[in-house]
Design a protein around this ligand. Structure first.
Ligand code: GLA
Length: 471
C-alpha cells in the first residue's frame, strides 16, 4: 500500500505518465495562436487571415507567443480531376502558398484544417482515403499545422484502435512529407484519445465544441461532470463542462502531447471579466493550447489584457509541462448564504519548484475560500520539505496591464512603450530562469506550514496564485 502510494505520488508530481518525448519533436509546450472558428465560422478569406496576422503582430500578441494562424473549415472548393484539394478562388484568390509566404515573412506559422472523414464538418471534401495526397498538398503549400476533425467518418469509430488507425494514417502521411507539421487532432475525445493521442499527434481535443457560457448546461453537449468517456461529444459545451471533463485527463498529457480544451472564448460573446480570467487561467494551468478565438480587430481592452497577461502564459509555457490536478470539487447547495454552484481547488508543480494553485468559484455569488499546504502539496509525504516550508504567495493577475494602456495599444495599433512581455526577445523559459518579474505576478503575503490561505473569490471567478518558497 505504502509503496503504491509512493509510486502514485511520484507519478503525479513528476508527470511520468505523460512525459514521453514528442513523437515528431514538436509541441514541447502547448501551442499558441489564433483560429477563426469561434468568431468567423465559415466566413474565411485571405484578407481575414492576413489582416488578423498583421493586427496580432502590431498589438504585441505575436511576441507574446501567439504564432500559429489557423484557418479552420470552409476554405476549399473541392478536388481537381486528379484528386488534389483546391482552395476556393474567391476566398483565396492567390492560393494557399501566398498566405503561407505572407505569414512566414512575418514570423508566423500557418495552420490549416481537414477532417478524417469523407467530408469536413461543414461539408467540404475530407481527407479519409486521401491522406498522402492531402498531406502533400499541405506540405507543398507551406503549412506548419494541421487541425484534423472527425465528421463524416463513415462509422469508423467505437473502439480505440479504429479511431487510432484512422488518425494514424494522416500522422504517417504528414511525417512522410518531411516537413515538420504540428498535428492537432479534433476527434472530441472519442475512443479515449488521451490514451493514444501522444503516440501519433501533438494535441487532441477532448470534448465537444466550446461556446461562450461559463456554466450554462445545453442538451447538445451531454455528459456533465467528470464523464471523460462521453460517447456523444456534441457542441455548446460550457467552460466548466469542458474543464470537468478534462480534470482526470491531465495525467496523460505532457511534453509533446496536450489535451486541447478548445479555442479560447475570451473576447467572444458576453462572458464577464471574471469569467474570462477564470477561463484563461484554467486553460493555462491544465496546459491546453492557448488559441485566441476572438476577432482581434474588435477586442475589448479588458480581453486584450487577459490575452497579454504574461504571468499566466508563463504557467502554460512552463518547461516542466505538467497539467495541474484538481484536488477537490464541492457542490454548494441553494441554501448556502454565498450562493449556489460548484467550487474547486487545483494545484500543479512548476519547473523551478514553484507551485501554481487556483481557487475556482463556479457559483453565482462571491464567496470566501481557503486552502492550506496539505491541500496544495496533496501528494507530498508527511514531513516533506514542501509541507515544512513557508511559501510566498504571488497573485498572478495583480500586475495586469491597466485598461488605459490596453485601450491605447488597441487604438494606436502599436505596443508603443508599454512594457508588454516579448517572448521573441526573451523566451518564457529564459524569462523564468532569470526571474523576470513580469512572469511572477505580485507578492501579496505568505503561508506557513500550519497557516491558512484565505481569500474571497468572485462569482464565476478565480484566485490564481504562484507559490514560491520563502527565502
Ligand atoms: C467541428 C470542430 C470545430 C470546427 C468545426 C468546423 O465542429 O470541432 O472546432 O473545426 O467542426 O466545421
Amino acid at each position: 500500500m505504502f509503496l503504491l502510494y509512493l509510486f502514485s505520488s511520484f507519478a503525479a508530481v513528476s508527470g511520468v505518465l505523460g512525459s514521453s518525448p514528442s513523437y515528431n519533436g514538436l509541441g514541447l509546450t502547448p501551442q499558441m495562436g489564433w483560429d477563426n472558428w469561434n468568431t468567423f465560422a465559415c466566413d474565411v478569406s485571405e484578407q481575414l487571415l492576413l489582416d488578423t496576422a498583421d493586427r496580432i503582430s502590431d498589438i504585441g500578441l505575436k511576441d507574446l507567443g501567439y504564432t500559429y494562424v489557423i484557418l479552420d473549415d470552409c476554405w476549399s472548393s473541392g478536388r481537381s480531376s486528379n484528386g488534389t484539394l483546391v482552395a476556393d478562388k474567391e476566398k483565396f484568390p492567390n492560393g494557399m502558398s501566398h498566405v503561407a509566404d505572407h505569414l512566414h515573412n512575418n514570423s508566423f506559422l500557418f495552420g490549416m484544417y481537414s477532417s478524417a472523414g469523407e467530408y469536413t464538418c461543414a461539408g467540404y471534401p475530407g481527407s479519409l482515403g486521401h491522406e498522402e495526397d492531402d498531406a502533400d498538398f499541405f506540405a507543398s503549400n507551406g503549412v506548419d499545422y494541421l487541425k484534423y476533425d472527425n465528421c463524416y467518418n463513415k462509422g469508423q469509430f467505437g473502439a480505440p484502435e479504429t479511431s487510432y488507425n484512422r488518425y494514424k494514417a494522416m500522422s504517417d502521411a504528414l511525417n512522410k512529407t518531411g516537413r515538420p507539421i504540428f498535428y492537432s487532432l479534433c476527434n472530441w475525445g472519442q475512443d479515449l484519445t488521451f490514451y493514444w493521442g501522444s503516440d501519433i499527434a501533438n494535441s487532441w481535443r477532448m470534448s465537444g465544441d466550446i461556446y461562450p457560457e461559463f456554466t450554462r448546461p445545453d442538451s447538445r453537449c451531454p455528459c456533465d461532470g467528470d464523464q471523460f468517456d462521453c460517447a456523444y461529444a456534441g457542441f455548446h459545451c460550457s467552460i466548466m463542462n469542458i474543464l470537468n471533463k478534462a480534470a482526470p485527463m491531465g495525467q496523460n498529457a505532457g511534453i509533446g502531447g496536450w489535451n486541447d480544451l478548445d479555442n479560447l472564448e475570451v473576447g467572444v460573446g458576453n462572458l464577464t471579466d471574471d469569467e474570462e480570467k477564470a477561463h484563461f487561467s484554467m486553460w493555462a494551468m491544465v496546459k491546453s493550447p492557448l488559441i485566441i478565438g476572438a476577432d482581434v480587430n474588435q477586442l475589448k481592452a479588458s480581453s486584450y489584457s487577459i490575452y497579454s497577461q504574461a504571468s499566466i502564459i508563463a504557467i502554460n509555457q512552463d518547461p516542466k509541462g505538467v497539467p495541474a490536478t484538481r484536488v477537490w470539487r464541492h457542490q454548494v447547495p441553494q441554501t448556502d448564504k454565498y450562493g449556489q454552484g460548484e467550487i474547486q481547488f487545483w494545484s500543479g508543480p512548476l519547473d523551478n519548484g514553484d507551485q501554481v494553485i487556483a481557487l475556482l468559484n463556479g457559483g453565482n455569488k462571491a464567496r470566501p475560500m481557503n486552502t492550506n499546504l496539505e491541500e496544495i502539496f496533496f501528494d507530498s509525504y508527511l514531513g516533506s520539505e514542501q509541507l515544512t516550508s513557508s511559501w510566498d504567495i504571488y497573485d498572478l493577475w495583480a500586475n495586469r496591464v491597466d485598461n488605459a494602456t490596453s485601450s491605447s495599444i488597441l487604438t494606436n495599433n502599436s505596443v508603443g512603450n508599454a512594457t508588454i512581455y516579448n517572448a521573441t526577445a526573451l523566451s518564457y523559459k529564459d524569462g523564468l530562469a532569470k526571474n523576470d518579474t513580469r512572469l511572477f505576478g505580485t507578492k501579496i503575503g505568505s503561508i506557513s506550514p500550519d497557516g491558512l490561505l484565505n481569500t474571497t473569490v468572485p462569482a464565476h471567478g478565480i484566485a490564481f496564485y504562484r507559490l514560491r518558497r520563502s527565502s
